[in-house]
Write a protein that binds this ligand. Structure first.
Ligand code: SF4
Ligand code: SF4
Length: 292
């Protein structure tokens, strides 16, 4: 009996030892080498895992940055130029820089400007509402206001304004990760160049209907009249499908276009109030007063 136990223990131990040796050699044979710089690069990234870089998470971007020979097409919008410079240092490469961007909503169809023509009582989701019908207003292009974009934002940079029914984007919190851009079924959010002082000029409309139809559904819709295009000396405005678009890379913020727009669909944010000249009267110098 004792001999049997001893033999059992010995044979099991021998089997275990052989298995360990086999496993060791297999592990050595199939060992995947992981570049230690991946950990270093990942440590520099913001760990937001937002997908703004186009990868599933920060780890994936770190792996690609290390494996790639250049930074072409690789950028962390959340970390921005500072983080990319630190990563360049880790990898001993030339840093790349990009202009900072900010998300803007290309719709100003508030409850005031865009009257409701029907009531939707389905699931409160922009994606679902978009798939089912044109929306609660006569505009087939405007914001549904159910906040799919707000849900998608990991940085708490958006909320739906109860009065206007539209999303509001915080300049301070927005990291330009682009999650909201992907979430909006109506392609209403654009990442545009971020100007100093958060100045912005853009066409806050996405309606491609002809002028009269667009105007009927929303009083601040772009009617494609091309007045803004004609006045822009920097060739920054184009008109396509009855809709004006201001290229934020070409725009110089001269502000000539906004006053030309008969429907106020060009929005100016972050500028000092404009002053208007009062016609010179006999014996007086020209006066300037605030527009409103
Ligand atoms: S507002 Fe949009 S782009 Fe900005 S952080 Fe939120 S999801 Fe990202
Ligand atoms: S911007 Fe797009 S995702 Fe956001 S509330 Fe409007 S329709 Fe929905």
């Amino acid at each position: 009996m004792v001999t049997t136990i001893i033999y059992t223990i010995l044979s099991l131990s021998l089997l275990g030892a052989v298995a360990a040796v086999v496993l060791y050699f297999v592990a050595q044979r199939f060992k995947v080498f992981e570049d230690p710089r991946i950990d270093q690069v990942e440590a520099e990234l913001p760990a937001a895992n937002c997908g703004g870089c186009g990868f599933a998470g920060c780890r994936n971007l770190a792996e690609t940055l290390v494996k790639s020979e250049s930074f072409d097409g690789l950028f962390c919008p959340v970390g921005g130029n500072t983080v990319m410079a630190r990563i360049a240092e880790v990898l001993g490469r030339q840093a790349v820089t990009q202009d900072a961007k900010i998300a803007v909503l290309k719709c100003n169809g508030t409850c005031e400007y865009r009257p409701r023509t029907s009531i939707y009582d389905g699931t409160a989701s922009c994606a679902i509402a978009s798939a089912l019908y044109s929306g609660e207003t006569g505009c087939n292009y405007g914001c549904h206001g159910f906040g799919d974009c707000v849900e998608a934002c990991l940085f708490d940079a958006m909320y739906i304004d109860e009065t206007t029914g539209l999303p509001v984007i915080s300049d301070e919190k927005c990291t330009a990760c682009g999650a909201c851009v992907k979430a909006c079924p109506r392609n209403l959010i654009e990442l545009r160049k971020k100007w100093k002082g958060n100045k912005k000029i853009y066409v806050a409309c996405s309606n491609e209907d002809k002028g009269g139809i667009a105007r009927k559904s929303c009083s601040v819709a772009c009617i494609g009249c091309s007045k803004c295009v004609k006045v822009c000396t920097f060739d920054a405005i184009t008109l396509e499908n009855n809709l004006a678009y201001i290229d934020s890379d070409k725009c110089r913020l001269c502000r000539k276009c906004a006053p030309e727009c008969p429907t106020n669909s060009i929005i100016e944010i972050g500028f000092p109030q404009k002053k208007e000249k009062i016609p010179e009267t006999a014996g007086n110098n020209p006066l300037t007063v605030n527009k409103d």
